[in-house]
Design a protein around this ligand. Structure first.
Ligand code: ZN
Length: 290
């Protein structure tokens, strides 16, 4: 009888302990900070968004080895899962590193438009997606990715299905993503063009954001005054390499950003640029760059 009672107490104590652990895990995941990391991948884009256990990667730079090395610093070594990848458009400097990511991690899904590229890099990427059974989702307006801590990444553009207009011009349909966490908004623009900016303005799409990933590495063919009037960013992040042959970022773009009172942060000067955000009214904190 005594033994039975002891057993019951032991079972009850164990159940209580399990319940406390589960509550702690749920509480932790709801309150875990979100890191938004603009990885310094040279001339290209790669942005990692992570709440510790869930990861979204927007673009993959041009070099897989470099990308894995940079990403590895922000993903726990035991986490071999990447929940989603968004491809802004299939240019080399945005997809070049993704084959290595798909091979190194278990990637659940990849979001792309129907724009295709003729490049070998693109073909290889599509093969690996197929081979690794990564779920393919068409990137277009109203598709969104939700994190357990309340953050959400929503696709604002393209507005509907887009396919190739001509093979050379893959920039003209860059996917536009808005990330919301608490009262903070990030706008990721890929290599958006001024033509697309005009369309967004004409259609009155809500592009207001606190943090703007400057389009096309600071090319002068984007980031116009009217666009900036609507976005009103406090911080403008430029993903670019030192001494690149394109002359990015363009001095006129830097001037426009300064005139709009945006702080300019550049990966070629700062390395990886890291923000930490909470799902509340506090502003994302720049955790420094390294
Ligand atoms: Zn680019």
């Amino acid at each position: 009888m005594k033994n039975n009672r002891k057993l019951i107490y032991t079972v009850l104590a164990s159940l209580a302990a399990i319940a406390i652990i589960l509550i702690a895990i749920i509480f932790h995941s709801k309150n875990s900070p979100l890191a938004v990391v603009f990885l310094n991948v040279g001339q290209g884009d790669a942005i990692l968004i992570s709440n510790g256990s869930q990861q979204l990667l927007i673009d993959g730079g041009k070099d897989g080895k470099l990308l894995l090395e940079k990403m590895g610093k922000y993903i726990p070594f035991w986490d071999r899962n990447i929940e989603a990848i968004i491809v802004s458009h299939p240019d080399q400097d945005h997809i070049g590193g993704l084959v290595d990511v798909i091979n190194a991690y278990n990637v659940n899904s990849i979001l792309e438009t129907k724009i295709q590229s003729e490049s070998q890099t693109y073909k290889k990427l599509e093969e690996e997606i197929e081979k690794n059974k990564v779920e393919k989702i068409e990137a277009k307006k109203n598709v969104s990715i939700k994190f357990s801590n309340g953050a959400a990444a929503e696709i604002l553009y393209p507005l509907e299905t887009v396919a190739n207009v001509n093979d050379k011009d893959t920039n003209s349909n860059s996917v536009l993503v808005k990330l919301t966490i608490g009262e903070n908004e990030f706008l990721f623009t890929g290599d958006l063009t001024s033509e697309q900016e005009n369309e967004l303005l004409a259609k009155n799409i809500d592009i207001d954001a606190d943090f703007l990933k400057v389009a096309h590495h600071g090319s002068k063919y984007a980031t116009g005054n009217e666009f900036l009037d609507k976005v009103t960013p406090t911080d403008a992040i430029i993903s670019v390499s030192k001494n690149n042959s394109y002359g990015h970022p363009n001095p006129e773009v830097l001037q426009r950003l300064t005139q709009h009172r945006a702080n300019i942060l550049r990966t070629d000067e700062l390395g990886n640029i890291v923000y930490e955000c909470m799902n509340n009214s506090s502003k994302c904190v720049l955790k420094g760059a390294n």
